[in-house]
Design a protein around this ligand. Structure first.
Ligand SMILES: [Fe+2]
Length: 290
């Protein structure tokens, strides 16, 4: 079984809650995951002091734990306009990771993390470009067929289902179709500051309406800026991939209870879909096809 802990929107700076960061670290250690994914917004204003704190917190995680990181829109300067235009990722590269688009391989999974922050083209929203999708395609083409293929990006590809706005990435539908053609099974992100756990078929039928991609957004794990249903709340996800199942547990922090506790549990099928025929049509009676 592959176990992933997925948190997001750490936001060192004014919104950061150190007690929550400690609680999250404790919860992560308890689960001893194979992989930790942190899907962007390590800082509030991309200041050196904030990045230093973020680095020191990351250094407190177990040395042998593989970690996937990706930048968020708060990891580039907002008001320092010259820096935003000329070297927006300088501090991120120096303190968090030198690469913005990355491939991480662990036994059973190929993870491509793409930088969706677009400081020259968007303030809050982001972009994913065709070169980045080609980068992802090459990485997935080279991955073992049995691997679960995971894409990580800070910005979301499906709208939050709560009528609060927050437009998804431009070209989200085309991006989902491209990811579907690459065999991506799981997309992890943040940005919304509340969780959303669903399937791409909820928002876009795509080319293959039998499959779809599991979409997992994390709330803000350690900041005081939870939004909508997670206002004043913090959350993260535990994802377990085993055989033909992807299980996602959404955990929220309850102060009264002193820790992160399971709040909802989701189970999705993953390929090979044993109840589908060779040609992708449903097998008679939904039974297993030999
Ligand atoms: Fe954020």
């Amino acid at each position: 079984m592959l176990r992933i802990v997925h948190g997001s929107d750490i936001h060192f700076g004014r919104p950061h809650d150190p007690a929550m960061a400690r609680a999250f670290l404790e919860a992560t250690l308890e689960r001893s995951p194979d992989l930790l994914v942190l899907s962007g917004d390590f800082t509030q204003r991309a200041k050196v002091a904030e990045f230093r704190e973020a680095r020191s917190w990351l250094d407190g995680l177990p040395r042998d734990l593989p970690i996937v990181v990706t930048p968020g829109n708060h990891d580039v300067p907002l008001w320092r306009v010259a820096e935003r235009l000329l070297s927006p990722f300088r501090n991120y590269r120096r303190f968090i990771h030198p690469e913005l688009d990355r491939v991480t391989r662990v036994p059973g999974a190929t993870v491509v993390s793409l930088n969706s922050a677009a400081p020259r083209r968007a303030i809050t929203n982001g972009r994913l470009g065709s070169r980045q999708l080609e980068f992802a395609r090459r990485a997935f083409d080279a991955s073992p067929p049995e691997d679960v293929r995971i894409l990580v990006a800070h910005h979301h590809l499906a709208p939050a289902p709560d009528y609060q706005g927050d437009r998804p990435l431009p070209r989200a539908r085309q991006i989902l179709e491209a990811l579907e053609s690459m065999g991506v099974q799981l997309v992890l992100g943040g940005h919304l500051h509340r969780a959303y756990i669903g399937n791409s078929l909820d928002v876009h039928p795509g080319a293959d309406r039998n499959r779809g991609i599991v979409i997992v957004q994390s709330g803000t794990t350690t900041s005081r800026r939870g939004r909508a249903r997670e206002q004043e709340k913090n959350s993260f996800n535990e994802i377990r991939v085993e055989g033909a199942r992807i299980e996602v547990e959404h955990l929220m922090h309850f102060r009264e209870d002193g820790g992160f506790r399971p709040f909802s549990h989701h189970v999705f099928p993953r390929p090979p879909f044993s109840w589908l025929g060779q040609d992708g049509t449903a097998a008679p009676g939904g039974g297993k096809v030999a």
